[in-house]
Design a binder for this molecule. Sequence first.
Ligand code: ATP
Ligand code: MG
Length: 425
Amino acid sequence: MIPAVRGTRDILPGETERWAFVEGTARRLFEQYGYFEIRTPIIEREELFAKGTGETTDIVQKEMYSFIDKGGERITLRPEATPSLVRAFVEHALEQSMAVPKLYTLGPMFRYERPQKGRYRQFHQLDVEVFGVKDPSVDGEVIDLAWALVRALGIEHVELAINSVGCPECRPAFTRALVEALGRDVEKLCGDCRRRAETNPLRIFDCKVPADQPIIDRLPHTVDYLCDACRVHFDAVRADLDVYGIPYHVSHRLVRGLDYYTRTTFEVLAGHLGAQNAVLGGGRYDGLVRQLGGPDRVGIGFAAGIERLVLALPAELPVAPPVPDAFVAALGDQARREALALLRDLRRAGLNAQFDYEGRTLKSQMKRADRLGAPLVLILGEDELARGQVTVKRMATSTQEPVPRHEAVALVARERAARRAAATR
Ligand code: ATP
Ligand code: MG
């Protein structure tokens, strides 16, 4: 047997229903908020992420799946969706064709990370982006949407953390203060942090090495160094969250692992997930569109990890794997032909009907019907054929009755409607 690649996993029946629930809930919600679906390729030019995600990020430095294709092009399996959406926004001048470019997408992302619970090399994201709106109320909308998503999924013990990382106006002063506060302590930090102190000091807040934490905890906070415009923006976002009644806390260390963020950053954490507890994260990226060769347009968005949302779902879901409405059982060759016609009629009527193509004995067919959880079995044998009937067996009560063949489909449909009505009562 050739096993699956390390860090990838098969999503099996039983779990796929939970995925469909997450994806379906997200789509409905995104569309309700006025977001339109976009699908971009999984492969992009490597430079899109080098420039977009940022040269100093862990993603670009260590985690990208990049290769040179047969034409000599440097290609990357996308590690995140935002640069692709920015590219598509610019390439198709979407601001001209859309009233407000509000986009969502979902699909696989690839990062060469150490696999563990909630962390995979191929994982999946739901991603939302809005382009061209400077007003802080769009930050509020995007955060409200993220919050509405975890609420609609029934995920409990969630926390919203927000921060402001400032802008190119106020960032340099903060960076200077940070490096100054670090002083000689920089030599006590891990290798990654010593490198970050040189290339992108803000990134030190991302460090998860335990020994570094006491030093990092003493560092200055971005919010204390915001310029007036960033301060006003952050206050407005917080005021909107209060209007929406969304509880949050300001997390001084929330700088996020990507280089492009400006001003608002946020994350939703699910308390019961353990070490990989961030179910979604996002923020504003006011310089990214221009940095990728587009017009001077701001942007904001978030990405949610579908694996982590699925892990965080309540055990009991309002979804169930598909169960047949009826199982058709046949005895003898002639009955089998009639059974196939009945199967077709049931399926054309939109019902879930199953059949055991290899079933020899009635007993083995009944066993299969039982395993599938079919509430009704429609039995066809010589006698039934002769009388133009089917025998309907109700599995719950083990009772059976003859029904005219031409009434069988309507009966199954009626029973299904009754079951559904009972289920929603
Ligand atoms: P983390 O700090 O957990 O590595 P991140 O900051 O790298 O997360 P983002 O790039 O912001 O994550 O991606 C948004 C979301 O995608 C995360 O909150 C998480 O739910 C999910 N995610 C990121 N990397 C992985 C991965 N390797 N496997 C599964 N889910 C992931
Ligand atoms: Mg990461």
